[in-house]
Design a protein around this ligand. Structure first.
Ligand SMILES: [Zn+2]
Length: 237
């Protein structure tokens, strides 16, 4: 449960840990990196981020929210800093994006929408540019989240900047096009947009493994299962 700190906050900054190493996937490691004496660490009093989101989606607390973060050089005052573990964009997980969205909606509501959300890269040349936070949170051009809630859009697709059709088309062997390419990315096979024998057999295997009828026809139920599966965490690889 998010509780507003007793200091002015008008911006939330999003970060990545810049590591895909599993043993780094915890706030304790970030704390070590930030508090170890130089040159190994940064010699700070505490971890720079307030909140840390593991690949599992688990949320961990870092620096107390009452304290100003050490996260965006020159832009720390008035901010909350959230870090997702990860480096390469395809390795961030849907679970992380779901936690991030829920958290940001909660923060946004606590401030009645009177704060904005930003990526670290907006105030630094190269840092933390790897996930599509604007799409994930459905931010407007100013970084506002809006009070309607961000959790209505299928996150996995938003996360990967895909254009998602309003109605999922039913597709089968012989079909071609964007929907087929999207399917192939879900299945982690070459996304040439051509529903050939390889795609057909992957679909049937997926259907079998997910208790669906093994008909090779990708309709609503198969799409839903594809969206729900962990495979989507690697979408785009
Ligand atoms: Zn950062």
């Amino acid at each position: 449960m998010f509780k507003k700190p007793n200091r002015k906050v008008d911006r939330v900054f999003l970060h990545c840990s810049a590591s895909d190493v599993a043993s780094h996937d915890n706030v304790a490691t970030m704390r070590r990196w930030h508090t170890d004496p130089k040159p190994q660490g940064r010699g700070w009093s505490d971890v720079g981020y307030h909140l840390f989101i593991r690949k599992s989606g688990q949320l961990e607390s870092g620096r107390p929210l009452e304290k100003i973060p050490a996260a965006q050089a020159g832009h720390n005052t008035g901010t909350i800093a959230i870090c997702l573990h990860g480096l390469d964009e395809p390795n961030f997980t849907n679970a992380q994006y779901n936690t991030l969205t829920a958290l940001c909606v909660e923060i946004n509501n606590a401030y009645s929408g009177n704060l904005t959300f930003h990526g670290h890269k907006e105030v630094a040349a190269k840092a933390c540019k790897v996930y599509f936070y604007k799409d994930i949170l459905k931010l407007d051009q100013f970084g506002r989240l809006g009070l309607s809630g961000a959790s209505t859009r299928p996150l996995a697709h938003a996360a990967h900047n895909e254009r998602v059709p309003d109605a999922w088309p039913t597709i089968r062997r012989g079909d071609r096009g964007e929907a087929v390419a999207l399917l192939q990315r879900f299945l982690m096979i070459k996304d040439d947009g051509i529903f050939g024998p390889k795609t057909d057999s992957e679909v049937r295997n997926f259907q079998s493994a997910n208790g669906l009828s093994r008909d090779g026809v990708v309709g609503q139920m198969t799409w839903t299962a594809l969206i729900g599966t962990d495979r989507i965490e690697h979408f785009g690889e």
